[in-house]
Write a protein that binds this ligand. Structure first.
Ligand SMILES: NC(=O)c1ccc[n+]([C@@H]2O[C@H](COP(=O)([O-])OP(=O)(O)OC[C@H]3O[C@@H](n4cnc5c(N)ncnc54)[C@H](OP(=O)(O)O)[C@@H]3O)[C@@H](O)[C@H]2O)c1
Length: 262
């Protein structure tokens, strides 16, 4: 499967006026993307639905981004040691070649990182400064003003995208396009995917479906908030089948494009 997502060349599909916005998820046949532990207040990606092939494709997608859009929740999980740091290209064994791939394809050594947050209560990992990555913060107009000022005082540009506390998809994409970013990868979760779909600015969704049912009473799925209506209509544009992983169960690698109204 290595090379499957690099061949899509998503880094060439966007423009400053219309950045290419893409996301990827891995889930089970019953639609779980993470299982929750309500008592501990934590969630985790079950190993039963992960595979080496899926991780490689994730790294290939990330390597094609001018800009990664992550969020405050991920940085809190990172600081607590619950998740690995995947904010740099070429640092994982499965993707050592991807730093050179970026260089050969005219991309900056590392993508910029946008941190979306309503609370603005997150630590900024040292890895971003070590890798000389450009860091921007995105929030809504109702965000705590003292935290906005504190972040600006530390030298982080704060993009206000949305009239509430949360970041909205369309103004964020417009602002990032104006800053010259053409390929925006959502290294985020259900809230960010939902706002991008609702605002009609998602360009593509990559979805790995592991062929097993997870069950469980408390879980996350790919979307959240009010019903998506027609914004949730997608068209399959590519499908690959891997019969071996994870753990012999099999998995589909699917690629979908949102269906815009005629
Ligand atoms: N299987 C997969 O492919 C996959 C993919 C993604 C996530 N997951 C997992 O699914 C679970 C839920 O995902 P998640 O943590 O990403 O949940 P989420 O509810 O989408 O996002 C959580 C945090 O991100 C910030 N955020 C997200 N969207 C925002 C927006 N539009 N505006 C402002 N802030 C925003 C908020 O931070 P503040 O509190 O700082 O305001 C929020 O608390 C996690 O366990 C995650 O690891 C799995």
């Amino acid at each position: 499967m290595a090379g499957l997502c690099l061949r899509d060349a998503v880094h060439r599909l966007g423009s400053a006026a219309a950045p290419f916005v893409y996301a990827s998820f891995v889930g089970s046949l019953d639609g779980r993307i993470a299982l929750r532990d309500p008592q501990a207040g934590t969630s985790h990606l079950p190993v039963e639905i992960t595979s080496g092939n899926d991780f490689r494709l994730f790294l290939e997608l990330q390597a094609q981004a001018d800009c990664l859009i992550t969020h405050g929740g991920y940085l809190r999980d990172l600081a607590a040691g619950r998740l690995d740091d995947v904010l740099q290209i070429g640092t994982q064994d499965a993707g050592r070649d991807l730093g050179r791939w970026r260089q050969e394809n005219g991309l900056a050594p590392q993508p910029a990182v946008v941190i979306a947050s309503a609370s603005l209560d997150f630590p900024i990992p040292d890895s971003l400064a070590r890798a000389s990555q450009r860091v921007l913060i995105a929030t809504g107009r109702q965000a705590p003003p003292d935290r906005v000022e504190a972040l600006r005082a530390r030298g982080y540009p704060v993009v206000v995208a949305g009239d509430g506390a949360s970041v909205e998809g369309a103004p964020l994409v417009r602002e990032l396009g104006a800053l010259g970013f053409r390929s925006l990868y959502l290294l985020a979760g259900p809230r960010m995917l939902s706002t991008m779909l609702r605002d009609g600015v998602l360009s593509r969704l990559y979805l790995t479906v592991a062929h097993r049912l997870l069950g469980g009473e408390s879980f996350h799925t790919m979307t959240e908030g009010p019903g998506l209506g027609d914004a949730g209509r997608l068209r399959l544009s590519s499908l690959h089948y891997d019969s071996a992983a994870p753990d012999g169960a099999g998995q589909w690698f699917a690629r979908f494009e949102p269906q815009r109204p005629a």
